[in-house]
Design a protein around this ligand. Sequence first.
Ligand code: NAP
Ligand code: MG
Length: 488
Amino acid sequence: MTVTTETKTYLNFVNGEWTQATTQQVEPSINPAKKSEIVGYVQKSGKADLDAAVAAAKAAQRMWRKLSAPARGDYLHKAANALEKRLEEIAETMTREMGKTFAEAKGETARGVAILRYYAGEGMRKVGDVIPSTDSEALMFTSRVPLGVVGVITPWNFPVAIPIWKMAPALVYGNTVVLKPAQETAVTAAKVMECFAEAGFPAGVVNMVTGPGSVIGQGIIDHPDIQGITFTGSNEVGKRVGMGALARGAKYQLEMGGKNPVIVAADADLDLAVDATISGGLRSTGQKCTATSRVIVHKDVYEPFKEKLLAKVSQLTVGNGLQDHTWMGPCASENQLQTVLSYIEKGIAEGASLLCGGRQLTEDGLEEGFYVAPTVFEGVTSDMTIAQEEIFGPVLALIKVNSIEEAIEIANDVRFGLSASIFTQNLANMLAFINDIDAGLVRVNAESAGVELQAPFGGMKQSSSHSREQGQAAIEFFTSIKTVFVKP
Ligand code: NAP
Ligand code: MG
């Protein structure tokens, strides 16, 4: 593949127009595989730019909600087609902007297309129920209405799929949207927005404003004309979103961090468990909210599991995600690299033993980017920082246990509860795990990081606001229920 170095400037999308920020400020988006390469420039917008987008979204609301839901779905079909046509190009931009491999980026972009089509179809499904009234002459039913203007705040790790899995249901249920993507991946977001523009949505229905979270994100939290905020990102920022929304009576939805365990039982298929641990833990350089981070292994199979795991981890090829032979790309940013390295240092300082990796990679040109070696620790106990905090990097912590009960207890001993998996062939183990694990996504003999777009997605404990997104669950957040009683 030929890599073109473009230094185009990407604009905001406001009221159907590509618009320069009033601040006149732009900033570069950097390729984490080669930090000297600028992927593009994005607007560093200010509050006035957000206000203009919200005003446009508010003005478009009346007309948009009056369209039929199937008609709104037609626009999503058009956006899906536009995205599908540009799949390879947008995937390449994603790889260059945040580092995940080209294969993963293509998979994610194809997912974006599928999500758009799924929600286009949702526009044809029922939005209410008839409920028997005690008054035999009356008709009582529920209907669903849009919230109004929805603010969408998204992270950099899935720069196509997450904005789409929020915007598509918001739009099909009749809301208008202001997207504030992570500045780290705003070029990819702008290209997604180009597909929405190509779909021909009426002006103001869908808008994007790029800029710092502290200005544009905070502006969405505080804006009196935004009735709903859907957020995916860190717990720290998520709490601000929740508290700010609550303070002014806006609806909010938060999807945040994870510290996801895999349990390997004594009767597990070890090869399967090793492959799933590597895939779940290290793909996307460990930067998935559902990534496997803690590997809790029964003592009877601990040594063979560890041996097989290390043999395979040592074979992983790390490099630029655009190269065919690369299995794992760089961390998405310098910041992310430093965070991962500091957690590795903490792991060592608190007494965990490093089995492999544990350092930045700087050989053979890798010093050009933010590369870290796939890292495995053992001797990890539940009280250690690396067993408690989300690292968001290619770091696995092995924990040895004596029983399934102990494994589940340790798995639950964190403040997060997003996804969890177990490898076992024993039905009693499976059922104990399914019943007792604190996780919104429970996986048996499958990696922790698998998600299907037609099923509800979200976490327990501090991983989420206990709402769910994706699939038909999305209707719960993006609409309000009206209970209607009609007496002729
Ligand atoms: P982040 O720092 O919380 O950023 C998320 C978004 O919030 C970005 O658009 C960011 O803008 C914005 N933001 C920053 N400060 C803000 C403020 N004061 N007010 C409002 N918005 C603000 O998270 P991240 O580092 O991008 O993403 C990594 C995190 O996302 C991890 O914790 C991961 O687990 C989580 N995640 C969760 C899920 C899930 O579904 N559970 C999925 C993916 C990722 P800028 O960055 O542009 O400043
Ligand atoms: Mg970047």
